[in-house]
Write a new protein. Structure first.
Ligand code: ARG
Length: 462
């Protein structure tokens, strides 16, 4: 067997440095399971087309299973197989070692251009499934945490300035909503990519009358791709995967940032779980939020992968170009990065202990009930713009005398506006301030209870 898959027309050997440099096996070895699965599917297709006898097909399938079972690919093993140009070549070499020359029939009616894109689709599909499973687990941890928070209250912030009190559960459910959208983007991308490129050949379609539905079915695709040039040159599925992960990464990063911030002494909203924190080699008192910092940092790699892919693809003429080989590593890196994040986030989230007393105190100071107070006046018939002005004056009085709104006397308030009455005080308690947001999506306690139940129902329905 010649050492190359394509050496027939060449007279001169490859430049050694170039040969080594252009290989993809140092990273595409990860595609061995996909390559074997796709090769088995292709073997069935060519057997159905009469290229292989039943006995040959059985030998070939068995041989391919052995290739997978007998090869433990590690970077070291890969380095010791310098003759393999890529995963396709490697698999063919291994199969030849196991079943002999029959292996050379496997490449009948196919091209590496369709193989690599099939392997990559299978890889991305698995990565999507793994990500969705991880996201479910994390969502469950967030929903459990929200439920355990009960009616605990915290300040919400706009401009990072205290805004209005919200339920801790309401805050946590924000992330649940984000993750639901992220999951649906992945589900959506999965549907769109789930077509089988096998049978597309190098560019124009296989040169044998193959039944492409056999391979599609064997590999769990919904059917064959409709255009051979598109199938061999398209990397939308990889781009979409990394773009969906980019958005997910942005959400994860915001979560990480908030927890990093809230764990500072200045906020003091939570004690970092020791099992997920690290110390300082220099400052003995330190407990550092390395987990959330690394999460925040690693999320950048996801955007990096999407950017690499978009830049790679944008200038390519149809159809296959070797540039596309560069599209594999960003996909692997993105898949590894998200898998790593989701391996720690659920347990980290489950172990979070909030300091509800500190959160409540922060929610009770700083006039977070001012909007509820203005609403009180507007309910008494004062136009909101005017009510806003009056409460603004009340806040100013409070600031000048070191008191919250509920500590101002009725006489003082009446000097600002005659509409104030004794019932004002009941309308600006913490509970009333929460419950006046009684709309779908609001932080009124019964609305949040409902939202929590709905979120759990959606999780369980998935
Ligand atoms: N290693 C190649 C890649 O990743 C496989 C396809 C090679 N095709 C070719 N025409 N040279 O893109």
């Amino acid at each position: 067997q010649p050492s190359k898959m394509w050496s027939g027309r060449f007279r001169e050997p490859l430049n050694k440095t170039f040969e080594e440099w252009q290989r993809s096996f140092p990273f595409d070895w990860r595609l061995l399971p996909q390559e074997v699965a796709a090769s088995k599917a292709h073997a069935r297709v060519i057997a159905a087309a009469g290229i292989l006898t039943d006995a040959e097909l059985a030998t070939m399938l068995d041989g391919l299973d052995k290739v997978l079972a007998q090869t433990t690919l590690t970077p070291a093993v890969v380095a010791s197989a310098p003759e393999a140009e890529d995963i396709h070549h490697f698999t063919e070499l291994q199969l030849t070692r196991i079943i002999g020359d029959l292996a050379l029939k496997l490449h009948t009616g196919r091209s590496r251009n369709e193989q690599i894109v099939t392997d990559m689709r299978l890889f991305v599909r698995d990565a999507i499934d793994a990500t969705l499973a991880g996201l479910r687990e994390w969502r469950k941890a967030l929903i459990d945490l929200a439920e355990n928070a009960g009616e605990a209250v915290m300040p919400s912030y706009t401009h990072l300035q205290r805004a209005e009190p919200v339920l801790v559960a309401h805050w946590l459910l924000t992330y649940v909503s984000q993750l639901e959208r992220d999951s649906s983007r992945l589900v959506d991308a999965r549907k769109r990519m789930n077509l089988c490129p096998l049978g597309s050949g190098a560019i124009a379609g296989a040169t044998l009358a193959l039944d492409r539905t056999i391979a599609a079915k064997a590999l769990g695709f919904d059917g064959p791709t409709p255009n051979s040039m598109d199938a061999t040159s398209d990397r939308d599925f990889a781009l979409e995967f990394t773009q969906a992960l980019t958005t997910l990464g942005i959400h994860i990063s915001r979560f990480a940032e908030e927890l990093t911030l809230y764990s500072t002494a200045e906020f003091g909203f939570l004690d970092l779980p020791e099992a997920f924190s690290t110390g300082s080699s220099a400052m003995p008192q330190k407990k550092n939020p390395d987990l959330t910092e690394l999460i925040r940092g690693k999320s950048g790699r996801l955007l990096g992968a999407a950017t690499t892919l978009a830049t790679l693809i944008k200038g390519l003429p149809l159809a296959y170009n070797k540039d596309l080989q560069e599209g594999q590593e960003p996909v692997f890196d993105a898949a590894d990065t998200i898998a790593g994040m989701l391996s720690v986030l659920p347990a980290f989230t489950a172990s979070l202990k909030f300091r509800f007393d500190r959160m409540k105190l922060a929610a009770e100071t700083g006039y977070l009930n001012a909007m509820a107070a203005a609403t009180y006046l507007s309910n008494k018939g004062v136009p909101f713009r005017k009510a806003h002005e009056i409460i603004g004056n009340a806040v100013r009085l409070g600031l000048e005398t070191g008191r919250e709104l509920d500590q101002l006397t009725l006489e003082e308030l009446r000097q600002l506006g005659p509409e104030f009455d004794q019932d004002f005080y009941a309308s600006i308690t913490l509970e009333a301030t929460l419950d006046c947001h009684d709309v779908v999506g609001g932080t009124a306690r019964h609305r949040v209870r409902q939202a929590l139940a709905d979120a759990r129902k959606r999780l369980e329905a998935e």
